[in-house]
Design a protein around this ligand. Structure first.
Ligand code: ZN
Ligand code: ZN
Length: 253
């Protein structure tokens, strides 16, 4: 099992007992990576049988609250339980604006960030960065309004997955996701209620089909889907396996 992906949350900022805000835990055996850090992510980690104490690297796609509200919670939890925090360093990666975002958080919570001497911030732009050993994590610019936003791809031990974050369909995302084993993709709204800067099942199907990915997991679904099945709509455009994520689901690659 080179790579295990756990869906910590598959929803949005709208509170739901079934779907927390979208976040992923990725484990390689040696390392743990968190992708996005929205509300309730620490509780979701506990439910997944792990804990914030061993987090080492967090990749933020963009600074909307559903993807970042847990950062203050996390730092405060570590600072108040420092003896049990096992990692030598916590590295927070994010698109341009990370340092400004954290400065503002520091002002808001009275030196929360300043006190976190284990914390390192890394602003990233498009392009690959290598993370120790076999893991390689790349980023591509997402299309999500005026804000800087990224999609991520991780290649490790001969397998790969892509996490879109929030984005509309783009050809560069098709290239970026080319032949990934797994596409964990936002699927915010039904096709007849499309919103700029987000994907619908039709867009996801085109993306998955053109990129030739091995399988699709749908996350970041707004309640507007009601009882309809977004996976069925994706399958009209894509022949591979499609799953609607549920919180706590794990996928082994
Ligand atoms: Zn967003
Ligand atoms: Zn979002």
């Amino acid at each position: 099992m080179p790579l295990r992906v756990t869906i910590l949350g598959s929803g949005t900022i709208i509170p739901s007992l079934e779907r927390r805000a979208t976040a992923l835990l990725v484990e390689t055996g040696e390392q743990r990576f968190l992708f996005d850090c929205g509300p309730c992510v620490l509780e979701a980690l506990e439910e997944a049988g792990t804990s914030f104490h061993s987090l080492e690297r967090i990749f933020i796609t963009h600074y909307h609250p559903d993807h970042t509200l847990g950062i203050g919670h996390l730092l405060s939890a570590i600072n108040n339980d420092r003896d049990r925090f096992e990692s030598a360093q916590l590295v927070l990666y994010g698109p341009r604006g990370l340092e400004e975002f954290m400065e503002r958080l520091d002002m808001l919570y009275r030196s929360l960030v300043m006190k976190s001497d284990y914390l390192r911030l890394v602003e990233i732009d498009e392009g690959a960065l290598t993370i120790e050993g076999e893991s390689r994590i790349g980023a591509v610019r997402a299309d999500h309004g005026e804000r800087t936003a990224l999609s991520y791809r991780m290649d490790h031990g001969g397998v790969s997955f892509v996490y879109t974050g929030d984005t509309a369909y783009t050809e560069r995302l098709v290239e970026f996701a080319r032949e990934a084993d797994l596409l964990v993709t936002e699927c915010s709204f039904p096709d007849d209620q499309a919103v700029p800067g987000h994907l619908t099942p039709g867009g996801v199907g085109s993306l998955a089909s053109k990129a030739g990915v091995g399988g699709v997991v749908l996350v970041h679904m707004y309640p507007r889907f009601g009882d309809s099945d977004p996976a069925a709509s994706v399958r009209k455009h894509y022949n591979g396996p499609v799953v609607v994520a549920s919180d706590g689901m794990t996928i082994d690659l």
